[in-house]
Design a protein around this ligand. Sequence first.
Ligand code: PLP
Length: 467
Amino acid sequence: MRLVSTRDASAAQHSYTDVLLSGLAPDGGLYTPEEYPKVTLDELRALKGASYETVAFVIKQKLVGDAIPSVELRSLVDSTYIEPAFANEKGQVTPVTDVGRNLKLQNLSLGPTASFKDMAMQLLGREMDYELARRKDSLTILGATSGDTGSAAEAAFKGLGSVELFMLSPEVGMSAFQRAQMGALSGGNIRNISIRGRFDDCQDLVKAVKQDSEFAALGAVNSINWGRISSQVPYYFSGYLQAVKEVGEEVDFVVPSGNFGNVFSGYVAKRMGLPIRRLVVATNENNVLSRLMQTGVYAQKEAVITSSPSMDISKASNYERLAFDLFGRDATKLSAYMHEFNTTGLVSFLDHGLSVEAFLALGFESGSSTHEERIRTIQDIYKDTGIVIDPHTADGVCVAKKRDIQEVPVICLATALPVKFEETIREALGFVPERPARFVGLEEEMKQGSFITMDADVEALKSQLRA
Ligand SMILES: *Cc1c(COP(=O)(O)O)cnc(C)c1O
């Protein structure tokens, strides 16, 4: 199991652990498997009824190869998906629940910070710590968050002696709960920097700092890190195994999407042999991805702040990994395509020899929702099932309901708990969702000075990092 950069025509190979610690490839590309490993239907059958840890270990092992010995990997996985970090419901770490005819929810948000990002981040922290200890090394990480990545990363890295984490977040846009979560985790090896700007400004700052050779070795925890993508693949297997009667039947997944990380993991699962018929990419008003899939035109658009803020993006970093496959893994063609997008903010399939049918051929569909539609979806699901879903999950369910009734199980990924977005839930249902015990009194834990506030200024940020 080796990885290549999407922009490297020589296809030099890298190990899982090298890639884990580095983030973007030096040529600006993203690391992706040289070949997708395969899972047979017999192997899948053997996993039916298995614990989440077992499914996660079997799938991760295929994606890690011999870069981490099996015994070590097994113990990293086993120590990740257990209580108290992951509240285990009905014996499942990612339980699937029926919410309509052939419509199911897979809850991915039982981790410490109540979003699906914990699923990968908790394992990523352990894998990085393991590898850094083996190398007798340490790592400084600079990340950017629109809300959920920040707390998920901080919860995963808090207290690790091998890692120092700086997290940039926009001064406005995050929910009060998200800000309080990060505030409560600050201190020690965790530093929060609040940027006077948008999420895109934070992301641009991270890129700009890393272009300076002095800071080139900074690690990454956003979803361009292959460690995160690979740790999201197992829950597609777990969801599938819970949803089907017989292994071999097909299912659809609907995925609330922003940076295209989550749904790309689903695509990897499909390429590994999981019987997924369609991967439905659901976006909010920031519909860059759904327009791309419907028109073949990838056009950057300034993000607007919505009620599903973790999906408020102007471009989708992980799409490059899919585009690499769309171009038949031709790094030269892919580089030309991405270069045009990165310099002009707009690129069309027409000019690069592709057609929009290419998405469907790989199993992709897409749709989007508005704020009003999400509110109505939260109301409908609550009326029908008594379940309160969060606005990101509502985006996926709304897109699923706009399709005709399907003949196969449709699994909507529930990417956050509603408690993170109390204002929107109150708007929809007239009450705020009950808080799991671990979040009661969160705001009071927020210490004075838990955020340093700065302008979106590269030089100022560099000085802060040096200090
Ligand atoms: C991050 C996030 C998303 C978007 O996931 P991507 O991997 O960026 O597509 C969706 N919902 C929630 C709640 C998130 O935190």
